[in-house]
Design a protein. Structure first.
Length: 281
């Protein structure tokens, strides 16, 4: 089922994700397309939309807090030596068209627009693939091209002076439950040990579900993970961890993250096995 503003992703005929292309949102939330709800094959929702703790968290998508000073993340902007500050600097991602749209995925073109005009043109590719009877994979690639005649750079609160807050890029706001989810990689356990470190894959395990995130290119795997479990459940791949990412005119930044969406509480071996299956060429 599709409409001008919504696409439903399906795996083996079952709906697993709803993609909203033109959300009606206030400017302060940096309006952008998003996936929500995303569900397991058994129908358990594993995303949240505009929760009370962070109204600008919109399911699954791509969000960047600083593109040449413009906020494409939503909410307050972190200002060096000042802290989180309300600024009138929010940008928006505007859907242009689908180059391809099938039940199991799509290719989309978007404009990243600010008060100064269009800064970036994005090509976003999303695909849903069945892995087992209890797990599927969401494959998301984004390519950001500088369409201005001037150099641009992408930053984060971390590059602007707030250590540990290197969010921006791919981001998944997970389902909030009475207890914080567990998080682990192949070599470490807990938010403190996995946040801010690169790892081939990272698992977030809730009461009846597990999400396993993996960088699917060598460049993506070099980006550290941004992880929250206690404050709220969220995982992102840090595009600008310790320094700004330059994007010269006409140049493109590309990242690809594959997420295993599984029913049940996976252990390390099961998580690693499903990631290998999801990311294999």
């Amino acid at each position: 089922m599709t409409s001008n503003d919504t696409t439903v992703l399906r795996v083996a005929g079952r709906p697993v994700g709803r993609y909203v292309t033109r959300p009606e949102l206030p400017a302060r939330l940096s309006p952008r397309p998003y996936l929500h709800p995303v569900t397991t094959l058994a129908g358990t929702a594993v995303t949240e939309l505009a929760p009370a703790d962070h109204a600008h968290h919109l399911g699954v998508g791509v969000a960047v807090p600083d593109v040449e000073g413009f906020n494409f993340w939503g909410g307050r902007t972190y200002v060096r030596d000042q802290g989180p500050t309300e600024l009138d600097n929010h940008g928006a991602q505007r859907h242009i068209a689908f180059q391809l749209r099938d039940p199991d995925g799509f290719v989309e073109e978007l404009r990243w627009v600010s008060a100064g005009g269009e800064l970036l043109r994005e090509r976003r590719t999303v695909a849903a693939t069945e892995l087992t009877g209890r797990a599927w994979a969401l494959d998301l690639t984004f390519s950001l091209t500088n369409v201005t005649g001037n150099p641009l750079s992408i930053g984060s609160p971390a590059t602007n002076g707030r250590p540990g807050a290197a969010y921006g890029g791919f981001f998944w706001r997970a389902r909030k439950e009475p207890c914080a989810p567990e998080v682990f990689t192949a070599a470490a356990d807990g938010e403190e040990k996995v946040h801010g470190h690169p790892a081939d894959w990272l698992a977030l395990r809730g009461v009846t579900w597990t999400l396993v995130f993996a960088g699917a290119t060598e460049r993506t795997r070099r980006d550290p993970w941004f992880v929250r479990t206690e404050e709220y459940p969220g995982v992102g791949s840090s595009l600008a961890y310790d320094e700004r990412v330059p994007v010269p005119p006409g140049e493109t930044v590309v990242r690809r993250v594959v997420t295993v969406v599984a029913d049940g509480r996976l252990d390390r071996d099961a998580a690693a096995s499903l990631v290998r299956k999801a990311v294999s060429p």
